[in-house]
Design a protein around this ligand. Structure first.
Ligand SMILES: *Cc1c(COP(=O)(O)O)cnc(C)c1O
Length: 378
């Protein structure tokens, strides 16, 4: 008998240690440059991300949350406006809307891809609706054809929340090129994970890009002359430089996530809990390229927490993304219209469990996860 196999939900060292020498050289380069605010490291990283995403502009910002907030500010969203967004997403999607003074209007999700239900969204449009935020949750794009149809019909602006989905595609189109603006995150667990907080906004619209750049530095243009009120939303040059060292590896990271997901899907589909319908596997929708930032299974018989404990007992990490849909959050309880029930979101919150999918998982680790789930007491 060998050592028990341990499978954490995420193991950043596996990804970063092989690059340690390059990362340390990069730190030394930035240290020696004394350029600690914006400058060439940020500009060069923005150029590379724009090229990779296929967008005309990329603007480095302080986090994915700030990418959303700054985008909404640049789109002119504010008090009196309503913004459609999913309820089943990370808090920042809707938190950013509220911070502009606008109202997030929570939309139910689809059972098959965890993303926005556009029929539900269409019913919630009012004359105050100004924008929609499709989130490409867990690494799979929302149905952007349906988003565009709704947006054109009601003259809505589109802000993609691609925080979890750098590299994701909808048909031939890449995440980051389909909305008026798009928000990415470099939080360490994302597809391109940084060394602290960081984010990026991409767009093909020259005027919006200019507005984002000005609002990123307090709205001063030129400096100390303010026609608008912005904030400090800058990406650090050190973060940009370190991320540049990883950016070239992103296609490999994604390919490995996809290979891991393919193995899970193939082998788990033959397991008893899946065949008997107690466990639902996620799926890649036809025509979309899933980047599997999370591999999220669903336990349909009320034993999700038992599965989580069984995994933990076998040294396997897992997490619930997300336990409470946003329309049920206390901070939104006094929002007008928020009492609407969103049955799919509520069901998903009770059923979901994300399991390890990071690129560096070994065959042995994947086997251990599959065997443990196949024999789980659910
Ligand atoms: C991570 C995330 C964000 C926020 O990004 P941060 O960089 O952590 O601020 C926003 N939306 C979604 C869907 C996310 O997953």
């Amino acid at each position: 008998m060998g050592e028990p196999i341990h499978v954490p939900l995420l193991d950043l060292n596996q990804q970063n240690q092989p690059l340690a020498a390059e990362l340390k050289d990069t730190f030394a380069r930035v240290l020696d440059s004394s350029q600690f605010i914006l400058g060439p490291e940020v500009t060069e990283f923005e150029r590379q991300v724009a090229a990779g995403v296929g967008a005309t502009h990329a603007i480095g910002v302080s986090s994915g949350t700030d990418a959303l907030l700054l985008s909404l500010m640049a789109l002119g969203i504010g008090p009196g406006d309503e913004v459609l967004c999913p309820s089943f997403t990370f808090f920042a999607t809707a938190g950013s809307v509220s911070r502009t003074g606008a109202i997030p209007v929570f939309i139910d999700s689809l059972d098959d891809d965890f993303n926005l239900d556009l029929e539900n969204a269409a019913r919630r449009v009012t004359d105050k609706t100004k924008a929609i935020i499709p989130v490409h949750l867990f690494g799979q794009a929302a149905d952007m054809d349906a988003v565009q149809r709704l947006a054109s019909a009601h003259d809505l602006m589109v802000l993609e929340d691609a925080a979890q989905s750098m590299g994701t595609q909808f048909g031939e189109k890449k995440a980051g090129t389909m909305g008026d603006l798009c928000a990415f995150s470099f939080f360490p667990s994302k597809n391109l994970g940084g060394f602290g907080d960081g984010g990026m906004i991409t767009t093909n619209d020259d005027a919006l890009a200019e507005r984002v750049r000005i609002l990123r530095v307090h709205g001063g243009a030129p400096k100390y002359y303010h026609k608008a009120i912005g904030g400090n939303f800058r990406l650090d040059p050190l973060q940009a430089a370190l991320l540049r060292a990883k950016l070239g590896h992103l296609p490999v990271y994604i390919a490995k996530r996809r290979a891991n997901a393919a193995t899970y899907l193939e082998r788990l589909s033959e397991s008893t809990p899946v065949r008997e319908g107690r466990l639902l596997l996620p799926s890649e929708m036809s025509g979309r390229t899933h980047t599997w930032n999370q591999f999220t299974i669903r336990v349909t018989n009320g034993k999700r927490d038992a599965l989580m404990e069984h995994l933990a007992a076998n040294q396997i990490g897992s997490a619930i993304y997300y336990p409470v849909p946003l329309h049920r959050q206390e901070c939104f309880s006094n929002l007008a219209g928020v009492e609407a029930r969103l049955p799919i979101c509520e069901k998903m919150a009770d059923e979901v469990l994300s399991i390890p999918i990071y690129p560096e998982l070994s065959t042995e680790q994947i086997d251990h996860v599959i065997n443990t789930i196949a024999n789980a007491p659910i």
